[in-house]
Design a protein around this ligand. Structure first.
Ligand code: KIV
Ligand code: NA
Length: 265
């Protein structure tokens, strides 16, 4: 196992040390993030949007996730590697869910899987846990259910939905999940959940009263410049820098400036 384990993450929460998590989809980027000291690397099904060019995460397959999972896991020495189970690979059939999780664990060198949902998928969560596979939950905005909700707006603003999310979080924690991602919900609700459970709560658009933060790497690096939710902090503007580099290269090729005398054999 790698240095960051699910046990280490629980210790970090107990000590009040915040947990840093980012998504990665390929070997090179995952290696950079691991060497930079990120605690958890998520092979997110957001690969659908930023890598594959799908409008939603719904089309991602288990084979797609295994391809990305393998590439990331080959690079990571220290961080905990979590792979998303994609839409259709775990809902409504706990035996199929277990088979999906087993494929991820056998075919990639991941440490854990992540599933979206609460009470609806608890049989699947339980069965995967029974096989000794660590499970991370994901509540609030759950992109695999986009066709049910029809919007990526903030979730759980109304009392009924907030109470359902709170009880789902307690259920996932009791069942044995090692952590839960809360996506795009009011900060106060996320804080209430984090205070109620011993397992780490990792937020994205869920405020600062939680145990750690996750962002989609393509968003925080500014590669993706068409997506600007309030919760996104951009640390680079790679879209601009890559554009400038590509334009310069094109000009250098056209003008004959590249390659120069020392750039050839
Ligand atoms: O797929 C993903 O990138 C995620 C994070 C937003 C938590 O699930
Ligand atoms: Na995801």
């Amino acid at each position: 196992t790698r240095a960051v384990t699910t046990y280490r993450l629980a210790e970090m929460k107990a000590r009040g040390e915040k947990i840093s998590m980012l998504t990665a989809y390929d070997y090179t980027m995952a290696g950079i993030m691991d060497a930079a000291g990120i605690d958890v690397i998520l092979v997110g099904d957001s690969a659908a949007n930023v890598i594959a060019g799908y409008k939603t995460t719904v089309p991602m397959t288990l084979n797609d996730m295994i391809y990305h999972g393998k590439a990331v896991a080959r690079a990571v020495e220290r961080a905990l590697v979590v792979v998303d189970l994609p839409f259709g690979s775990y809902q409504g059939n706990s035996k199929e869910a277990l088979n999906s999780a087993i494929r991820i664990m056998k075919e990639t060198e991941a440490d854990a899987v992540k599933l979206e949902g609460g009470a609806e998928i608890i049989d699947s969560v339980q069965r995967i846990l029974c096989a000794g596979i660590p499970v991370m939950g994901h509540l609030g905005l759950t992109p695999q259910s986009i066709n049910k909700y029809g919007t990526y707006a903030v979730r759980a603003k109304e009392a009924a939905e907030a109470e359902k999310l709170y009880s789902d979080a307690l259920l996932l924690a009791e069942t044995g999940c090692f952590g839960i991602v809360l996506e795009k919900i009011p900060a106060a609700l996320a804080g209430r959940v984090a205070a109620a459970v011993k397992i780490p709560i990792i937020g994205i658009g869920a405020g600062g009263q939680v145990d750690g933060q996750v962002l989609v790497s393509y968003d925080m690096l500014g590669i993706n410049n068409g997506f600007s939710p309030r919760f996104l902090r951009r640390y680079l503007n790679l879209h601009e820098q890559i554009t400038a580099a590509v334009e310069q290269y094109r000009e250098d090729v056209k003008s004959g400036d590249f390659p120069n005398g020392s750039e050839q054999y």
